[in-house]
Design a protein around this ligand. Sequence first.
Ligand code: SF4
Ligand code: SF4
Length: 300
Amino acid sequence: MIFDIKKYAIHDGPGIRTTVFFKGCPLHCKWCHNPESIRTSPELGFRQSRCIGCGQCIEVCPDDAISVVDGVITTDSAKCTQCCKCVDACIPAAREIIGSERGINEIVDEIEKDIMFYDSSGGGVTISGGEPLAQPDVLCALLTECRDRGIHTTVDTTCYAKLDVVKRVRPLGDLFLCDVKHLDDKIHRKITGVSNELILSNIRWLDDSGADIIIRMPFVPGYNDSESNIKALGEFVSSLSSVLFIELLLYNSGGREKAKRLVKFVDIVRAKHAEDESVEAATRILESYGLEVKAGSYNE
Ligand code: SF4
Ligand code: SF4
C-alpha cells in the first residue's frame, strides 16, 4: 500500500534517489508533513482549485455525499464511504484516490529506470512513508530486489516496530534515517500518540548492529525545540557509535495544507517556522556533544 513514488529526490539520503512512500503509520505527529500517509487504506482527496463545478461527481455519488454549499462543491465526510466513484467522473482530476496496492515488480521497474542517475550521483532508493516497517513483508521483498540490482537502499523510519521486524530489515538496508521526535516520553506520547521507548531501544539495537544511521529530528517550534530536549537529544546520540550525523528537519506548514485536501479529517496543527537563531542555537548545543549537525528539509 503506497501513496507516491517520487523521482529525483535529494532530501532522503545521499545522491539522487527514488523515494517510495508507504501508506500507514502507527504515529500521529501533530505537525505531520505527510498526513495522507497516516491511514493505511486508500482515501479520497479533493483539490478545490481544480474543480470546475461541472457537478458530475454529484451525479455518480451513490451515497449523496456531495452537494453544492454556498456555490462550492462540498463532500460530507460522514456520508462518504470512500467508494471513489466520483474520482472517475471528475475530468479535471480535482478528485483523487490517495494510496493504492502496487506489485513489487511494478515498483522495482519504476525504481530501475533511474539506475543511471543513482550510479552517477551515489544515490539509490529510499523507502519512506508513513512507516515502512509497518509493511515488513513488502519492505523486505522490495529491498531485496533493489539489493539484487546493486541499488543502494535507505529506510526512512520512525523505528516504531517490533524488534523482530527491525532485525529482518537490518541486513537489507544500507542506511537508516531514524526519526527522533522527543526524548521525554510523556511529551512524546502527547505529540505523537505513542511512547518513545520502543523507538529509542530499536535505534540502540541498530547502532549496536553497526548500521549506518542518520538521526533526524523534525525541528518544530513550540513542540520539541526546547533547550532541554536538544540537550537530551545530544546526550542520547552521543552515546551511540554508528551515527553519521544529526539532521534537523525544519518545520514547514505543507502538512497542514495537504491535510485540507483529505475528505476525511486529519488534525494537523500549524506551528511556527523556526527562526535562524533557534536553529543555530540547537546546532551549537548538539555540536558541543561532538556531533555533526545539518539542517535539512522534509521529503514530500
Ligand atoms: S468517494 Fe465518497 S463522495 Fe465520492 S462517490 Fe464515493 S461516497 Fe460519494
Ligand atoms: S466532478 Fe470534479 S470538477 Fe466536476 S464538480 Fe465534481 S469535483 Fe468539481
